[in-house]
Design a protein around this ligand. Structure first.
Ligand SMILES: NC(=O)c1ccc[n+]([C@@H]2O[C@H](COP(=O)([O-])OP(=O)(O)OC[C@H]3O[C@@H](n4cnc5c(N)ncnc54)[C@H](OP(=O)(O)O)[C@@H]3O)[C@@H](O)[C@H]2O)c1
Length: 320
C-alpha cells in the first residue's frame, strides 16, 4: 500500500524550482495537512519577503543546517513526506536526509531533487558526468527499508531566464538561443529532433499532483512534461507571436555540440554539465513511448507550446 502524503516538508523551497513547487502545493493546501519548509538561517536573512509570504500562508518555517543530523531529525517530526528541491551543489546532502528519513518513524515518502533529464534513460546514462550525484541518490533509495519514493522527471524547463527558451549572449549562442529582441534563434541539432519540455509552473503542478496520487507514483520514475515539440516548431511559434516576420535562424549540429562538450570538460568550464545535458536532449533523451501525466490526472491540465512561448516573450521583455 502507498504511504500517506499529507504532511509535507520541503527542502530548497525558495530556490528556482522550489518556489514553483511550494506554490503549487500551497494552491492545493486543502488536500494537505501540515506544510513546512526546512531552510537555512542565511536564507531567512537574505529572502525575508519570500519567507514572510510563505509564513502568511500558513507554512511552518523550520531553520537549521541541512548537514546537522539533529536539526533534520527534529524537523522531520510530525511530517510524513519530504519533497527535496535542493540545488545541484547540495544533491549529495540528500544521502543523509534519506538515511535519516528511513529511520524516522514518521517519514514514509521521499521525493529527491530531480526535475530534469532521466538519469536512467538508457545504459549510457550511467556514465554521464552530470548524472553521477543524482544516481547515488537513486541507488540509496533502492536499498531503503521503510521509505517510498518517486522521481519527478520533467526534462528541460520550457522557460526563459537562463533556461531552454532563453535569449543567450552571442558568445553562448551555440548552446541554443531564442532571442526575441534580435529575432534570432540558434537551434540545437538539425532543428527537427523532438524534445519534451516542462514549464516551471507545470513542474510545480505535476509534483503537487504526484503527491495527491501516492499509489500511482509509488517507487516510480514519473516521466511527465508540458508538451513535445521540435526546435523548428518552437521558432515558428516565436515568429507567429512576434508579428509574423521570419527570424534569423542558425543551427548547432550534434557533432559541433559534442565538440563543445569535450572542450568544456577539458577546460573545467562550470557550464560543461549544461552542454552535456543539451547534447543528451538533442540525441532524443527526453522522449518516451508514453508520458505519465495521465497517471496523476495531468494529461490535459498543462501548458502548451503556445503558452510557454507567450510566457518566455513576457519574461524576455521584462529582462531587456
Ligand atoms: N530541468 C531543468 O531545466 C532544470 C534547471 C535547473 C535546475 N534543475 C534541477 O532542479 C533541482 C533544483 O535546482 P534549482 O536550480 O532550483 O536549485 P537552486 O535554486 O540552486 O537551490 C535550491 C535550494 O537548495 C537549497 N540548498 C541547501 N543547501 C544548499 C547548498 N549547499 N548549496 C546550494 N543550495 C542549497 C537552498 O535552499 P534554502 O535556501 O532554503 O536553504 C536553495 O535555495 C536540481 O535537481 C536541478 O538539477 C532542472
Amino acid at each position: 500500500m502507498a504511504a500517506s502524503t499529507k504532511n509535507i516538508l520541503i527542502f530548497g523551497a525558495t530556490g528556482l524550482i522550489g518556489e514553483h513547487i511550494t506554490k503549487a502545493i500551497l494552491d492545493k493546501k486543502e488536500n494537505f495537512g501540515r506544510i513546512g519548509i526546512f531552510t537555512s538561517e542565511t536564507t531567512l536573512k537574505t529572502k525575508p519577503e519570500q519567507i514572510g509570504h510563505l509564513e502568511s500562508q500558513g507554512v511552518e518555517i523550520i531553520t537549521g543546517d541541512i548537514t546537522s543530523e539533529d536539526a533534520v531529525k527534529d524537523a522531520y517530526n510530525g511530517f510524513d513526506t519530504v519533497v527535496s528541491c535542493v540545488g545541484r551543489p547540495a544533491i549529495h546532502h540528500q544521502l543523509k536526509l534519506i538515511e535519516l528519513a528511513d529511520h524516522h518513524p514518521g517519514i514514509k515518502r521521499f521525493f529527491p531533487s530531480e526535475y530534469g533529464t532521466d538519469i536512467e534513460y538508457s545504459p549510457a546514462s550511467a556514465d554521464e558526468k552530470p548524472h553521477q550525484q543524482k544516481l547515488k541518490v537513486r541507488a540509496l533509495l533502492k536499498t531503503v527499508k521503510d521509505l517510498q519514493y518517486a522521481y519527478v522527471v520533467t526534462g528541460p524547463f520550457g522557460d526563459a531566464g537562463g533556461l531552454y527558451l532563453s535569449a543567450r549572449p552571442p558568445q553562448d549562442e551555440a548552446g541554443g538561443t531564442f532571442d526575441v529582441k534580435r529575432k534570432r534563434a540558434v537551434l540545437l541539432g538539425d532543428g527537427e529532433g523532438r524534445i519534451s519540455l516542462t514549464t516551471m509552473r507545470d513542474v510545480g503542478k505535476l509534483v503537487a499532483a504526484a503527491l495527491l496520487h501516492p499509489e500511482a507514483t509509488k517507487n516510480k520514475a514519473l516521466h511527465v512534461n508540458s508538451f513535445t515539440s521540435t526546435p523548428k516548431q518552437i521558432v515558428a511559434e516565436f515568429e507567429k507571436q512576434t508579428g509574423g516576420e521570419k527570424w534569423d535562424v542558425d543551427f548547432t549540429p550534434l557533432d559541433k555540440l559534442k565538440e563543445l562538450e569535450q572542450k568544456a570538460w577539458a577546460a573545467n568550464d562550470p557550464k560543461a554539465g549544461t552542454v552535456t545535458l543539451r547534447r543528451i536532449w538533442t540525441e532524443g533523451g527526453t522522449l518516451y513511448d508514453q508520458r505519465d501525466n495521465g497517471l496523476i490526472g495531468m494529461e490535459h491540465n498543462v501548458d502548451s507550446l503556445q503558452d510557454a512561448v507567450k510566457q518566455a516573450i513576457e519574461v524576455q521583455a521584462k529582462s531587456s
